[in-house]
Design a protein around this ligand. Structure first.
Ligand SMILES: Cc1ncc(COP(=O)(O)O)c(C=O)c1O
Length: 410
């Protein structure tokens, strides 16, 4: 792939995505459904087909294709480690974040006793609530719920109110997939560790917009999903190496018992793993950088600033549209460019339908954040309309969305 010389060469970035140039209702669609899954650049698609075409094989053979698959996994673990600021041995792959979290919760729950407590958050996607709640039920543990704040984020005083010497685990998100709020994760993790609780953070929404840093966070576990940041359908898990080694995951007898291998059940999706490696390279390429931690940081800075400008334009335009309520921060601070809206008269699904008629793709409903929608009393009102952007979106696309929103809200 050709190198980008200026970090703001958006058109050249957009050329990497065939999907952005397809036509719907006579013009390229706007993929503002991005928080539900991003588009995939050509380099990632090619890496997946190249892997299959070059000959594929399972692990452990003496022949070339098997050895190449092994090498691919090692390289991808290394690259995913750069993405999360973690050693390669702390990275495990899985079908998706939900499956990884179910597996992790079952393994951790083996260490819980009746009367122990766990804490989840009402801001979270169900994938970071239900696995923990089900595991707690099985072990006779109590579940406490950290409520979200007025600004649809989390705060340490609410967590401190719930923590006790009985707390074994705290699970929460780095950023809400509904309101785009970024949580004060490092502070929350410090509080959880003060009572020796383990912490699992959901980085699924966050990773499209910021570079996770497991060392700065000091988290015990983190999960994310590559299809949210221009990669394939593949889950990635980080676990503190000593914990990955001491916990007992559910695995078959013949499978490798060494971490991180023992956390990867069955045959892995090698094709998707090839795609993830290309996806991490793509993130470095965005600013003409390498895909080591430094290069990824350079690109993440560019993404953050570009997305801040997109958010600013969207929020400025939204002020002139009547009938819509924004759930979440009305400033660009502490948020991703993901916006949750409700109309005073029209249902969210009707708005999503109307937007689709203009080639603007959005999601409506609960986005699997049922507790959040319940607490906002929005479940019965058909949920929220979610409009979300990522680094490949343009200011012109924001204007087009705003214009249509204005027309259909009137
Ligand atoms: C914040 C968040 N967490 C978890 C998930 C679940 O991820 P996966 O689809 O990889 O299981 C999603 C998916 O939408 C999400 O947005």
């Amino acid at each position: 792939m050709e190198k980008l010389h200026t970090s703001t060469d958006l058109q050249r970035i957009r050329q990497q995505f065939q999907a952005l140039w397809q036509l719907d209702v006579g013009q390229p669609p706007i993929y503002s459904d991005a928080p539900g899954g991003t588009q995939v650049p050509i380099s990632v698609i090619s890496a997946m087909s190249d892997y299959q075409q070059a000959g594929t094989a399972n692990l452990g053979g003496f022949f070339a294709t098997s050895k190449e698959t092994m090498l691919l996994i090692e390289q991808t673990r290394e690259a995913a480690g750069q993405l999360l600021n973690a050693p390669a041995v702390s990275i495990a792959f899985g079908a998706n974040m939900t499956s990884l979290t179910f597996a992790l919760s079952r393994a951790i729950a083996r260490t819980w006793q009746k009367g122990d407590e766990i804490i989840v958050s009402s801001l979270d996607h169900g994938a970071n609530i239900t696995p923990w709640v089900m595991a707690a039920e099985e072990r006779g543990c109590t579940v406490r719920t950290m409520d979200f704040t007025a600004s649809h984020s989390l705060c340490v005083t609410e967590l401190e109110r719930l923590l006790s010497q009985k707390t074994r685990l705290v699970a929460f998100t780095l950023a809400s997939n509904v309101t785009g709020s970024i949580t004060p994760a490092a502070e929350l993790i410090k509080a959880a560790h003060s009572v020796n609780a383990l912490v699992h953070v959901d980085a699924v929404h966050y990773t499209a917009h910021r570079l996770p840093d497991v060392q700065a966070l000091d988290t015990d576990f983190l999960t994310c999903s590559a299809y949210k940041f221009c990669g394939p359908y593949l889950g990635v898990m980080y676990g503190r190496p000593e914990l990955l080694g001491s916990l007992k995951p559910f695995k078959v007898r013949a499978a490798n018992s060494q971490p991180p291998w023992c956390w990867e059940t069955g045959t892995q999706n090698f094709t998707a793993i090839a795609g993830l490696l290309a996806c991490i390279k793509y993130h470095g390429w965005l600013t003409g950088s390498d895909y080591d931690r430094k290069g990824l940081q350079t690109s993440a800075k560019w993404i953050e600033e570009h997305e801040r400008q997109l958010s600013q334009r969207f929020l400025d335009g939204l002020k002139h549209i009547t009938g819509l309520t924004l759930y979440g921060s009305n400033t660009t601070i502490g948020r991703t460019p993901t916006f949750a809206l409700a109309h005073h008269r029209q249902s969210s699904s009707r708005l999503a339908q109307l937007l689709a008629q203009y080639g603007i793709y959005t999601w409506s409903g609960h986005f699997y954040a049922l507790d959040l929608l319940d607490r906002l009393n929005l479940q019965e009102r058909d949920g929220l309309l979610r409009i979300g952007f990522v680094h490949y979106h343009t200011q012109e696309e924001i204007d087009r969305v705003l214009n249509v929103l204005d027309d259909i809200s009137a």
